[in-house]
Design a protein around this ligand. Structure first.
Ligand code: G1P
Length: 267
């Protein structure tokens, strides 16, 4: 059955973006001229998703307004995670809306250049029936910002690799590989059983990575390496570079921006 539902966790309070997030939720800050969350919604629509479950927080009423006004025609439902109990818990909050169907999870901090990667993950899940996780190879000194996998062998020519285990944000020296999770996942309903059995990790949060690790140790989980461009907008600098990149891709402003940047960088 084609994957039609995507869960987008958006309940965080965006403290890394203060003071910008005093009034405006982080997910609605613009990447150039478009709320960053709209980019995630567009990516979902481009991969065949037609129902989006936004996991928000009652302290962020603007997310509901966005859900009513977002462009593109997707049905958007808002559910709430009012306490910061981790990404695993955020996905659990969407359980009722997701129902029995397979679904995608899309972290809105990660902006993909287009829908190619999500389409690849959905195609792999359709073909294999296993959970399929988006991966990227990063320099060793960056792994500690991510969930990091133990692969089964090396990725094949299409970027597919089995996942043996996952560790959330390891020290670079302890990391099992340089392959990290980049915030795109496709799951069957069985993930909810694993989420329900999670024990809180250090910091008291329920980690989605721990559920994936359990699935990988007791069954089969696939990874697919990303082939399109990507920005991590989890920090103000990442948000800025994503904005510059978005503007450089736009025919109406790219020439002006390019010449301003050249002048600015040589003055
Ligand atoms: C989350 C996940 C982590 C993943 C990352 C991708 O971490 O827990 O496994 O690698 O997103 O951006 P966060 O960045 O929310 O701390």
């Amino acid at each position: 059955m084609p994957v039609r539902v995507a869960v987008i966790p958006a309940a965080g309070l965006g403290t890394r973006f203060l003071p910008a997030t005093k009034v405006v939720p982080k997910e609605l800050l613009p990447v150039f001229d478009t709320p960053s969350l709209q980019h995630t919604v567009d990516e979902a629509l481009g991969a065949g998703i037609d129902h989006i479950v936004l996991v928000s927080n009652r302290a962020k009423p603007a997310i509901e307004t966005f859900a009513e006004k977002a462009s593109g025609g997707a049905r958007i439902t808002v559910v709430y995670q009012d306490a910061p109990r981790g990404l695993g818990h955020a996905v659990e909050c969407a359980r009722e809306q997701v129902g029995d169907a397979s679904f995608a999870v899309m972290l809105p901090d990660e902006l993909m250049g287009d829908s190619t990667h999500l389409r690849d993950l959905i195609a792999d899940h359709d073909a294999t029936g296993t959970a399929t996780i988006g991966l990227k190879r990063v320099p060793r000194n960056e792994v500690s910002a991510y969930g990091c996998i133990t692969p089964q062998g090396v990725p094949d020519a299409t970027g597919r690799v089995g996942i043996r285990d996952v560790v959330e944000k390891p020290n670079a020296v302890d990391a099992p590989s340089d392959l990290v999770i980049i915030g795109r996942y496709v799951f069957g309903r069985d993930v909810f059983g694993h989420l329900a059995n999670l024990k809180p990790a250090a910091g008291g949060e329920l980690q989605l990575s721990d559920a994936i690790g359990n699935m990988a140790r007791t069954g089969k989980v696939n990874g697919v390496l990303i082939s399109c461009s990507r920005h991590d907008t989890g920090t103000p600098l990442g948000m800025l570079t994503a904005s510059i990149d978005a503007a450089l891709r736009r025919k109406d402003v790219s020439t002006q921006l390019r010449s301003w940047l050249e002048r600015r960088l040589t003055s």
